[in-house]
Design a binder for this molecule. Structure first.
Ligand code: N01
Length: 532
């Protein structure tokens, strides 16, 4: 085979792509990775903003496929910061000799399916072409930055940044007047750091967000030794958790509505002290009942009121929605930052940002001047990176046409009409609702197994059956409708990108999903049709 005639192309060299490449090479395939960045790491390559760190504990936010790797790598903090996670991805690439499989600074622009040959023709931004049997999209769920189309943005003469495209050399805000737009996870992590450096910081908030202190700290060597003594069992138990992490944290099943006010307060306080996502384990009905959820939300609002000294600012920072409906944020000193003299909060919920001009922006008839603006405005999540590529499957059907009313997949792995095209942690899989590293390992192993199964029977490929896809889409929808998730304007629903179809994209429930995958594998992959 020439270097351009391949068995598999893997797009993306983040955690998903790296492991996929490793497994496919092990399976004996001629495989190549194509990555737009100049190094591995994916999310952790691009998101270098100050304060960037993971909201899943480091002992779990790492691969489990190699026992040696698990034991050799030592994290320094409970929640690892971006430089450490990037260093880990780089170490993995070196240890498993993966860089030699990856062509960097290569953006896939187009992919065309050739039905007669059961192969994909892939074209890059520089016009290079690859011919491959399998095309595997390890393109990430939060990898296409979303900068709103503000009028006059091009007129702004200061510096602009997006948290998801942060300059490698960092940014010095010393002595500068900075504006941050957005109050999602990226903003909540970066604002305390920017505030500590800048002369003035103005935060533009459209929707107040729930955030729980991460309670980050250096790792406890005894705790690490305990986990590592039986890492496999720890991992096994983690996979039985709703989001595939935190097996040793309490998750209570009882109803908040049956607790006395004192019991509620005590339980919420205990879970607040656990930090981050663990807060939502306080009671069993927080994701199901709005009335139950209100109690958790009110507890957090009271914490904000107790932290932020200016009552008007505190009220503006109090979210009025459902806690956990948008992704819960984990912070270190976020609300405290609003007690600094150099920080102010501007509410743009009633008066959206109207326009930018040379010196700043205008909202509600007021003008704000800056040297720098930071867009912490999120991503075109889950589908953005896939739909930006021009992908055409059977009968010239484009993925954009097929997903015009929202993504449709079978198990989040394949979409009917696009044979031999796999999506890793795609819409319809637990993906962003679970530990992403566990999710990508699960998908990489599943895809590699399926390819082995196909090769074992001399099949040229595989496609998802439309009926299987319809049923799965229904299952995903039914699952989300049983929860409070669809009731807010989250990126899980595509609500943050104007014009994007409103469909709840991830599948809720990692353990069920894992069991479904296993049953399907054991039954010889019903819903998938092998191709001659
Ligand atoms: O993005 P977001 P993010 N005018 O979409 C606002 C993961 N992550 O990058 O809520 C004014 O959450 C928007 O306002 P609204 C994590 O999964 C993880 O912060 O739409 N404001 C919102 O406040 C996370 O959920 C970690 O009304 C506008 C903000 O911009 C996901 O990435 C750290 C606007 C965008 O928030 C995305 O987080 C960082 C406009 N026109 C990220 N448009 C950790 O592991 C948008 N906004 C901890």
């Amino acid at each position: 085979m020439s270097s351009k005639q391949l068995d598999a192309v893997v797009v993306g060299a983040g955690f998903a792509g790296l492991y996929m490449l490793h497994l496919l090479r092990q399976a004996g395939l001629a495989v190549k990775g194509l990555e737009r960045a100049d190094d591995v790491g994916g999310t952790w390559y691009w998101n270098r903003y100050p304060g960037c760190r993971c909201d899943v504990e480091s002992i779990e936010y790492c691969y489990q496929f190699s026992d040696e790797l698990q034991h050799d790598w030592a994290w320094t903090e409970r929640y690892a910061a971006q430089p450490e996670i990037l260093a880990y991805a780089q170490r993995v690439a070196e240890r498993f000799h993966l860089r030699e499989l990856i062509q960097f600074e290569t953006q896939v622009e187009r992919a065309r399916y050739n039905e007669a040959a059961c192969r994909w023709h892939v074209t890059t931004g520089s016009g290079e072409e690859f011919d491959t049997r399998f095309l595997i999209m390890a393109t990430g769920c939060l990898s296409t930055a979303n900068t709103p189309d503000f009028a006059g943005l091009g007129d702004f003469s200061g510096r602009t940044y997006h948290t998801g495209l942060w300059p490698r050399q960092g940014v010095d805000f010393s002595g500068r007047r900075v504006g941050v737009i957005g109050t999602g996870s990226s903003a909540i992590q970066s604002i305390p750091h920017i505030a500590a450096q800048a002369a003035e910081l103005t935060v533009f908030q459209r929707t107040a967000n729930f955030s729980i202190p991460a309670q980050n700290r250096p790792v406890d060597p005894q705790e690490v030794a305990r986990v590592k003594a039986d890492y496999a069992d720890y991992r096994r138990r983690a996979r039985l958790q709703p989001a595939a992490f935190g097996p040793d944290y309490p998750r209570h099943a009882d109803s908040v509505l049956e607790a006395t006010p004192a019991q509620r307060q005590q339980r919420f306080e205990a879970h607040w002290q656990l930090g981050g996502f663990m807060f939502l384990g306080a009671f069993g009905d927080l994701h199901q009942s709005e009335e139950a959820n209100w109690h958790a939300a009110e507890f957090v609002r009271n914490k904000i009121r107790a932290t932020v000294q200016d009552p008007a600012t505190a009220e503006l920072l109090c979210p009025d929605g459902i806690i956990g409906c948008k992704r819960l944020c984990a912070d270190t000193g976020y609300f405290e930052t609003y007690n600094r003299d150099n920080v102010r909060l501007v509410d743009v919920s009633k008066h959206p940002i109207e326009l930018f001009n040379a010196t700043g922006l205008v909202t509600g008839g007021r003008e704000f001047e800056f040297d720098d603006v930071v867009f912490a405005t999120g991503f075109d999540a889950m589908t953005g990176s896939l739909l930006r590529m021009d992908i055409q499957g059977e009968n010239g059907l484009s993925l954009n046409e097929k997903w015009a009313s929202g993504p449709r997949t079978y198990l989040g792995l394949m979409t009917a009409g696009f044979p031999n095209l796999f999506t890793m942690t795609g819409p319809g899989s637990p993906s962003v609702l679970a530990n992403m590293v566990t999710g990508v390992e699960q998908h990489a192993e599943y895809i590699a197994d399926m390819i082995r199964w196909l090769r074992g029977q001399g099949a040229g490929g595989v496609k998802a059956q439309p009926e299987a896809e319809d049923n799965w889409v229904q299952t995903v929808n039914t699952r989300s409708e049983q929860t409070l998730y669809p009731r807010c304007n989250s990126w899980y629903l595509g609500a943050n990108v104007p014009g994007k179809p409103r469909v709840f994209m991830p599948y809720i429930g990692f353990p069920d999903y894992e069991a479904t995958l296993q049953t399907i594998r054991e039954d010889n992959y019903p819903g998938f049709t092998p191709l001659a």
